[in-house]
Write a protein that binds this ligand. Structure first.
Ligand SMILES: *[C@@H]1O[C@H](CO)[C@@H](O)[C@H](O)[C@H]1NC(C)=O
Ligand SMILES: *[C@@H]1O[C@H](CO)[C@@H](O)[C@H](O)[C@H]1NC(C)=O
Ligand SMILES: *[C@@H]1O[C@H](CO)[C@@H](O)[C@H](O)[C@H]1NC(C)=O
Ligand SMILES: *[C@@H]1O[C@H](CO)[C@@H](O)[C@H](O)[C@H]1NC(C)=O
Ligand SMILES: *[C@@H]1O[C@H](CO)[C@@H](O)[C@H](O)[C@H]1NC(C)=O
Length: 465
């Protein structure tokens, strides 16, 4: 199969970046001693988007084993984080805040409340455990590594939630990462209750542990029963007067509408509590939110927006964001929070920050294939008039399928799907979606299926794997 030239080039760049990342993670203090500009974040992985973004491409791009260091790190975080939960919050389970380091720092950092006071770091990272299972169907991983971490995380969240006056479960105090609002007294503030992101992350973790418990037959555990009761009581996502998604529980005025974070869109991406099928009204509001936020920002903000537009199946805007990332940044004349690429294709925050390079790959993968356990969306946000012919090979879908697609002259040409449920050998039903056509197919493990533009199976053969 022919691979789109820029894609193939980019894949090798990603390999280099992954290597660099591992190197960086292991040698942060050394780098620091050199005083290099690389350490824009002071050698502290930031957990309110950046560390996670570095791993966004690993599952869809068939690099799931690259998550191993992250999961090892999570184990260490959970040990220190349980002390923080106990000492700082009298809570069970474990917690980490927005900054950590190679010593597995878990407590809130000193500095401004607007970013330091954010006990959701561990919870966001835990969503990666569940996604790892959904993509790999590795039950052993779920049982031995993921579940104990999820349990600790959920039990912290249950203790952290309090009942508000209108019966909802709330987080309080609560911030929306790095973003301030105008309080009713007209002053700038950042602490309130139940930010939309807090709720979206908790919803995602609670759904994850409920599904995980089902797979592992632990639904009757006391913790899971408590989560089941709490999930529907979380404060729902609301739409503001101007039609955008509300970022805080109250419709506060926003002093910086072009702020770089998209925290209140967590449910759309990387989460999936907001989807075109389930909540079209929230998707409309998400679209409005993205328009309000504008297109500018550091590299990672641009790639997050690309992925968000892709989830809305909006190829035009997704492509606009891709183009915006390919904006040449001159290191001699860079402007803070105005991202793009240096001439070596490293992404600019500025200065250089690797997250946007990885995030970009993930966002392009979202433009090409999106999946749930039951659905496969083919080329949902492909900019047809710009990339009218091409191929992509070996993307992964939730459920463990491998997907390769070729498209030609602005239309789908051929899709190859290989399904491998290594845990159970029952058939897997999947609905393929392409430009308004949906077809339910039965994919048996170990076979390679080829579908044409009408999503008709044209070939089936036994895999040699
Ligand atoms: C995390 O725990 C380890 C082991 O107890 C300890 O050595 C390390 O200092 C802790 N990290 C922090 C930031 O407290
Ligand atoms: C992950 O798998 C569970 C079932 O095990 C499912 O309920 C959930 O929707 C899946 N997530 C996605 C995004 O498909
Ligand atoms: C996916 O990754 C595995 C492990 O690295 C590799 O063996 C396999 O060939 C990859 N699949 C594709 C389609 O490239
Ligand atoms: C799915 O396909 C397999 C073989 O390809 C077949 O044995 C099985 O009966 C099919 N299942 C259903 C429910 O059609
Ligand atoms: C799935 O892949 C694994 C290797 O990852 C292999 O051992 C197994 O045989 C495959 N299962 C099927 C049904 O092809």
């Amino acid at each position: 199969m022919k691979i789109h030239p820029w894609w193939s080039f980019y894949s090798s760049l990603v390999d280099i970046c992954l290597f660099l990342l591992h190197d960086l993670e292991l040698r942060l203090p050394t780098c620091r001693a050199y005083g290099t500009k690389i350490l824009v974040q002071h050698g502290t992985p930031h957990v309110n988007i950046n560390l996670e973004m570095n791993y966004w491409q690993s599952l869809p791009c068939n690099l799931s084993e690259c998550q191993e260091p992250l999961f090892d790190f999570l184990t260490y975080l959970s040990i220190n984080g349980s002390k923080t939960a106990q000492v700082n919050y009298l809570a069970s389970g474990w917690v980490i805040h927005h900054k950590t380091d190679i010593w597995a720092k878990s407590s809130a950092d000193r500095g401004k409340v607007v970013w330091a006071l954010w006990p959701m770091g561990g919870a966001w990272l835990c969503t990666h455990l569940w996604e790892h299972y959904n993509y790999t169907m590795d039950r052993d991983f779920l049982e031995k590594r993921a579940y104990p971490l999820l349990e600790g995380c959920a039990s912290f969240l249950l203790d952290w939630l309090i009942e508000g006056h209108d019966g909802y479960l709330e987080t309080n105090p609560s911030t929306s990462p790095e973003h301030e609002f105008i309080a009713p007294d007209g002053k700038l503030a950042c602490v309130s209750y139940s930010s939309t992101m807090d709720m979206a992350i908790i919803r995602e973790v609670f759904s994850a542990i409920i599904s995980a418990a089902e797979v592992l037959e632990k639904n009757e555990d006391a913790l899971v029963e408590k989560v089941l009761k709490s999930l529907p009581r979380l404060r729902p996502t609301k739409i503001a007067e101007d039609g955008s998604i509300m970022e805080w529980a109250q419709d506060f005025k926003d002093p910086e509408v072009h702020h770089r974070h998209l925290s209140h869109l967590f449910g759309l991406f990387p989460g999936h509590t907001i989807t075109i099928e389930k909540n079209p009204d929230l998707c409309k509001a998400a679209e409005k939110t993205l328009q309000k936020r504008g297109e500018e920002g550091p590299g990672w903000s641009i790639t997050w927006k690309t992925a968000l537009w892709a989830r809305l199946h909006d190829q035009e805007h997704a492509y606009r964001m891709v183009k915006r990332l390919f904006n040449l940044v001159d290191p001699e004349h860079e402007k803070h929070f105005e991202g793009g690429l240096y001439s070596n294709l490293f992404a600019a925050h500025p200065p250089f920050q690797i997250d946007a390079n990885f995030g970009f790959t993930a966002a392009v993968a979202e433009m090409l294939v999106q999946s749930t356990l039951n659905d496969l969306y083919l080329l949902p946000a492909l900019p047809w008039d710009k990339w009218s012919s091409g191929c992509v090979k070996g993307l992964k879908a939730r459920g463990g399928e491998t997907v390769s697609i070729c498209w030609k002259d602005g239309d789908l040409h051929e899709v190859g799907i290989y399904s491998n449920y290594s845990n159970n050998d029952h058939d897997s039903f999947k609905t393929l979606h392409y430009r308004g056509t949906s077809v339910k197919v039965n994919l048996s493990a170990g076979k390679i299926y080829t579908f044409n533009r009408q999503l008709k199976c044209t070939n089936l053969h036994q895999s040699i794997v």
